[in-house]
Design a protein around this ligand. Sequence first.
Ligand SMILES: [Fe+2]
Ligand SMILES: [Fe+2]
Length: 157
Amino acid sequence: MGEKARELAGKNVEKVLEELNRAYADEWLAFYQYWVTAKVLEGRFAGHVAGELKRLAMEELEHADELADRIVQLGGRPLAHPKHWLERSTCGYKEPAQDARDLDAAIRATIDGERCAISVYRKLADMTRESDYVTFQLIQHILEEELEHEDTFENLL
Ligand SMILES: [Fe+2]
Ligand SMILES: [Fe+2]
C-alpha cells in the first residue's frame, strides 16, 4: 500500500476502492465472456468477429491488470476469488448463445457489455475527477478504450 497514494486519493478512498473492485470483477467477466465466445463461434463470418472479440478480451484483461495495481496502491485487495466476481459485478456475465452460428447474439451481447462498462467508468470518473487525479487518469484511459470497443461492435451489426 502507498501511504501517500491513499492520502492523495482523499476522503472517499474506501468508496473508490469498492467501485474499483466492482469494475475489476466486470473486467474479468468481460474478458472470459469475449474469450470463450471467440472460441465457440462458427460460420462463414465467424473468423472476423472472433478476431475482434479476442482483441477486446485481451484489452479487458489489461484493464483488470491496471485496476488491480491501482487497488493495491490504494491499500485495497483485488477480489481474489472468482465467485466474488459474479456477486460484485455491475455488468454481469452473458453466456454465449447455444447456437454457435448466432453471430448477431454475440455482437449484441458485446455491445451491451461495453455500454454497461461505459456507464461504470463514467460513474468512477465523476467520483475521482476532483479528489483522486491518478485514479481519474486511469479511468479516463480505460473509458476511452471501452468507447472504442462499443464503436467497433456497433459497426459489426
Ligand atoms: Fe474493460
Ligand atoms: Fe471493453
